[in-house]
Design a protein around this ligand. Sequence first.
Ligand code: IVH
Length: 452
Amino acid sequence: MATDEKQAAKRIAQLREEIRKHDRLYYEEAAPLISDRDYDRLYKQLFDLETQFPDLVTPDSPTQRVGGKPLKAFEQVSHLIPMLSLDNTYSEEEVANFYKRITRLLPNERIPVVIEPKVDGVAVSLIYENGKLRQAATRGDANVGDNVTQNIRTIRSVPERLRDAAPKLLEVRGEVYMDRKGFEKLNDERKKQGLPLFANPRNAAAGSLKQLDPAIVAKRPLGVVLYGTGATEGVDVDVHSEIFPLLKKLGLPATERWWVAQSVEEILGAIHELDGIRHKFAYQTDGAVVKVNSFAQRERLGFTAKSPRWAIAYKYEGERVETRLNDIVIQVGRTGILTPVAVLEPVLVSGSTVGRATLHNNDEIKRKDIRIGDTVVIEKAGEVIPAVVAVVKSKRSRDAKPFDFAKHIDSKCPVCGGPIRRDPEFVALWVELWRISWSNAVWCASHSIFSS
Ligand code: IVH
């Protein structure tokens, strides 16, 4: 190796260590030491040196996070252990029944359970072999998922190598998410570019992960939060609650808050406490998951046909508030689909002021008998765009006006005046514009089906 190459190798090693350190401070400890600008400077130095000395590029270099080429399709990979889902409930009584059931199944035993956030993202499995990230996959049909390793590598909070004494095999499971700020920024940019907007952060994360070109994924503000393990070898843990500190020790982003409980009262207490703080997390949550802590007890409880007997997901109701529906307007999507939208008396829901809500389609307006001037209940759950869930009929005034979608649009697009046709396949209403694109149309059709 020539002297300048030797020097470059030394500097490259230093820069990589430095960048990894700042990644860790930024993503794991939320305590960055340097500005984004200084970080970018370090990164550029490394990138330039590696361009000058391509032989010194290694796959685990921070610059290689976006190194992959666009794929034609995702490879299908089998999960080492199926990625099952959980029974969901909105009822506290069912949570109590869950705990009573397991205490009946394991009589005379203490059964501690863990309560943790139910993250509203996209489920993924990451496999580390001897401390190196080998594979990342989506859940797919629970047995076989998409190999999304290239895309996951672009997420800076996912380490390429684990810290400390890494086990021989560690499969970790969790959710990919997009934080709210990143989501809003992305949608703002898409709006400017005239691209269809993502309905909520989960859709945006799912859409990003499905991209075949990792360079696009690298520009999306994604994060990962991990809540459990799958297949492991050399991991000496026999209760679930020990997994969180273990993941943290290895440098992996794990669930930040969890509770251990041993009675129905404690479980419900933890569920309420979580509800009070969950809006502060960077990721979206839609519930609490209650899991038996001991792996040995889990094994004895086993599974039903589709889900484990040792866990249940409790989903929080979306926040609901009443307000007046002042008007209904028709919105024309980029794809040409017409969607009725409620113009509301502005009201505060889940921390933001809401002035509009989707009415989905004409059938919904008819089914719920929504009239202009009505007092309506709106709900903001996982969706960022709130929905009108019901009319408060007892508060209806005599002059509340019914709304006739078909008459209103009069076979012409209310915005461009273009002709309108109904598509029998998607039962949606289209404005015939040159810019209709079929892939977008399908995406949109599910949100605004019209079939009167
Ligand atoms: S545990 C066998 N824990 O919600 C149980 N899942 O229907 C494996 N999810 O499939 C899942 N947060 O995609 C678990 N803290 C959490 C979770 C969580 C979100 C997802 C996951 C799962 C679905 C449950």
